[in-house]
Design a protein around this ligand. Structure first.
Ligand code: GDP
Ligand code: MN
Length: 326
């Protein structure tokens, strides 16, 4: 489950990670009022569950409350990667000296957590990762042992961050680690982690994904689930129709099968053969002809889909009915 930047920043702040002051606004007037509280100069940021908002025009600096109202009216209603902006975070503008990247996630191959730190953070981190991966330090952490001092040192020295800020950065990593475990995160990311011109180290952006399988023991976080914002338009339609569908980006082969295990295996086989699955869709055991038809139409909503791979196992669902649906 994804949550918004303003929600993630509240969580980070509760673990002692420094974040700029700010609040969420639903209207341009609210944005102007918050900017006035912050002293006039503010940054207005689209709150949608995708990254790359800066490049999409969803992050704008405002110099006065009036300007914040104007910037908020430009951003509210904006479409960013298929999601409509319904709220903005208005936060204190920061004078940036350095932009770093800090993240914690799971490395399933290593069966460990991985701490990622780089001095080359900011909006071009994907390009840094692709072209100069040596600029990104990755340190694995055994979840049973926990975060060790030597791992912090290793990350600091390999990442190229300003070592005179090592104490502050290490403190933030420790807090991020504690937070990550406590909230059952699958990803906690600060990009950029900035050094301000005044020399402070603060989290200018915040991204947290929560492990869906842990939501049963995170009732406070479960309340943050937003249908529509947490999924794209096709996924939202699937959710409302009760269809087990997950959209993947960059794929051109629609996938439909019965049984989650069989569908996942089918996706793996397609990938292994060099194909790119566009989605996961589990027909389900109690499907009717009409359901199968609806499911196929749903897969075809993405114009990237150039073909559909069907893998139907007889016995769970009646194959003649699936055939009729097709
Ligand atoms: P993202 O593009 O969705 O990751 O959004 P970010 O919150 O990371 O913002 C994108 C970029 O906007 C950052 O990398 C900064 O360069 C810039 N930015 C965001 N907030 C501020 C701010 O308070 N002051 C300045 N000068 N730049 C900011
Ligand atoms: Mn960012």
């Amino acid at each position: 489950m994804k949550i918004h930047e303003y929600q993630a920043k509240d969580i980070f702040a509760s673990y002692g990670i420094p974040v700029p002051a700010g609040r969420v606004a639903f209207t341009p007037d609210e944005a102007a009022a918050i900017a006035a509280e912050l002293g006039g100069k503010a940054v207005v940021k689209a709150q949608v569950h995708v990254g790359g908002r800066g490049k999409a025009g969803g992050v704008k600096l405002a110099t006065t409350p009036e300007d914040a109202r104007e910037k908020a009216s430009q951003i509210l209603g904006m479409d960013i990667k298929g999601l409509t902006v319904q709220k903005v975070l208005v936060s204190q503008a920061v004078d940036i000296a350095q932009e770093y990247y800090l993240g914690l996630t799971m490395d399933r191959d290593a069966r460990k957590l991985v701490l990622i730190l780089s001095a080359s953070g900011g909006v071009d981190i994907e390009e840094v990762a692709a072209k100069t991966p040596e600029k990104i330090a990755k340190v694995h952490i055994d979840p049973l042992i926990g975060l060790q001092e030597f791992q912090l040192k290793r990350a600091i020295f390999r990442s190229g961050v300003d070592v005179s800020k090592a104490k502050e950065i290490k403190g933030i990593i420790r807090k991020l680690f504690t937070c990550y475990l406590a909230i059952d995160a699958s990803l906690a990311e600060i990009n950029p982690l900035v050094v301000t011109k005044a020399g402070e180290v603060i989290a200018l952006d915040a991204k947290i994904n929560i492990d869906d399988n842990a939501l049963y023991r995170q009732p406070e976080l479960e309340k943050l689930l937003e249908v529509g914002a947490d999924m794209d338009a096709i996924e939202a339609e699937a959710y409302h129709k009760g269809i087990a569908y997950v959209h993947l980006s960059g794929g051109n082969i629609g996938v439909m099968g019965n049984g989650a295990g069989l569908v996942m295996t089918t996706m793996d086989v397609i990938s292994r053969a060099g194909g790119k699955p566009n989605n996961f869709l589990d027909i389900g055991g109690a499907a009717t002809t009409e359901v199968v038809e609806n499911e196929l139409m749903l897969i075809l909503k993405d114009p990237d889909v150039k073909g559909i791979f069907l893998n139907v196992f007889g016995g769970i669902v009646r194959c003649d009915m699936v055939a009729e649906g097709i």
